[in-house]
Design a protein around this ligand. Sequence first.
Ligand SMILES: N[C@@H](CCC(=O)N[C@@H](CS)C(=O)NCC(=O)O)C(=O)O
Length: 224
Amino acid sequence: MSTLSLHGYYRSSTSYRVRIALALKGLEAEQVPINLLKEEVRGDAYLALNPQGLVPTLIVVDDDSPEGSLPGVVTQSLAIMEYLEERWPTPALLPDDPLARAHVRSLCLFMACEMHPLNAPRVLKYLTGEIGVDEAQKLAWYRHWVAEGFSRLEILLTASAGRFCVGDTPGMADACLMPQIHNARRFECDLSAYPCILRIEAACQQEEAFRLAHPSQQADAPHQ
Ligand SMILES: N[C@@H](CCC(=O)N[C@@H](CS)C(=O)NCC(=O)O)C(=O)O
């Protein structure tokens, strides 16, 4: 038996990815809110856990670990999702076929490495702070990189998607896609040129796991 806890923030897209993966697998994890607006990621307690000063961090305590052993700490959302997949293989978030698995990982890496970092909160904060760009320029930056990423993603998905990003069951690529869409909507990006992405979004919205993982459903969301 394992006990899981996820340090995250309701609006963090990388935390949202992991919440989707947990929910798709039907795994319970205690949610430990780390408030990014209050810079809690840079507090000593959190940095001792995750020296990168980023959410999410998954903590794993295994009942069968030798007494006195330290809890497992897994950082980086893609590594966390891969860990969950290896440890609890069903329901699977990756397809069986090696080429299809590679395609899912390629989509995830595209979103996690090429898209997300360009519009990460700390990047936007640096732009408006040290660099001194105004709000309109920040928005132009944001929307430019959303359009760059989504237009290429649309081509990739149009060529290979089923009901979801890859195949007809939701998986790791969908767990990356939905938070990217959520962020784009927060910044009022025009998504009308991406019908395949919007079709996959509609399919995900019908799944309970995506509803449970949504930022609005988290205990640290402001309205609760
Ligand atoms: N590659 C990392 C990125 C993590 C990341 O950028 N997290 C953001 C929230 S989405 C964060 O913690 N930012 C803290 C800050 O900007 O101060 C992952 O996938 O886990």
